[in-house]
Design a protein. Structure first.
Length: 254
């Protein structure tokens, strides 16, 4: 066997090895292979090992894991004409590998654009108080709208969360003044309610004491004992005439 024949055999062996290596594909559990055979879509393959026809088949890898995507801060004018900046985070994943390749050029970029426009649209229909206090409802509404639009691409949006709401400094000061006024109002209401309840109890106590004169005298004595504990140098305390009336009567009898 001459040298030329040996070279040809080596070249053929190398070509065969390259073809076999390109024909064998191994995909992990979280990936699928979308196959185009001469331009026509074939059923997706994977996970594990599978064979393709070199040159004839083209394989596109699709990741099925959940993707976490930050939505850039959007300038939004709320329903009550307050300018705010809002950003969010979107969790989504591919549920149909074939549609994610065939129906849209880049499903990640497309989902990002849909999320941005939907964020501006939905929050623009809400007032500032609703935006700050009812985020759960807004998150649910955003998730439903975005998921409905990405469903034809084989993409499932599972969670949408509003992260930060940036409010102008002037509006923050106004909200702080409003919160302080609200706290003062509540404090005054609580104090008034306490005075009202105390007056009711005092009124009830007065009725009870007026019905039993002895109770009034005991209350005088109790108050005198409380004042005495303060160690005052001089204490002027009015004594009801009923307490000394019987002593005066005894002295007159004698």
């Amino acid at each position: 066997m001459d040298v030329g024949t040996i070279v040809v055999i080596v070249i053929v062996v190398i070509v065969v090895i390259i073809i076999l290596a390109s024909a064998i594909k191994v995909f992990p559990e979280y990936q699928r292979g979308v196959i185009f055979r001469l331009g026509r879509l074939m059923p997706p393959k994977g996970p594990g090992i599978f064979l393709i026809i070199p040159i004839v088949d083209k394989v596109v890898r699709v990741d099925l894991r959940t993707i976490t995507m930050d939505v850039a801060a959007q300038e939004v004018i709320t329903k009550d004409n307050v300018p705010v900046k809002v950003n969010a985070v979107v969790y989504f994943r591919v549920v149909d590998p074939s549609r994610s390749v065939v129906e849209v050029q880049n499903y990640i970029a497309a989902t990002s654009q849909i999320a941005q426009t939907t964020l501006r649209s939905v929050l623009g229909q809400s007032d500032l108080d609703h935006l700050l206090t009812e985020r759960d409802k807004l998150n649910t509404r955003l998730q439903e709208i975005i998921d409905e639009q990405t469903d034809p691409w084989g993409v499932k949006v599972s969670i949408v969360e509003i992260k930060d709401v940036e409010i102008p400094a002037s509006m923050q000061r106004a909200m702080a003044r409003q919160a302080e006024a609200e706290r003062e109002r509540r404090a005054k209401v609580i104090a008034a309610e306490g005075e009202f309840q105390a007056s009711e109890k005092l009124s009830q106590a007065a009725v009870v004491l007026s019905a039993t004169p002895a109770a009034i005298q005991l209350r005088y004595l109790q108050t005198l004992a409380e004042i005495a504990t303060e160690k005052n140098s001089t204490t002027v305390f009015p004594i009801p005439i009923d307490l000394i009336e019987m002593f005066m009567k005894k002295q007159s009898d004698t």
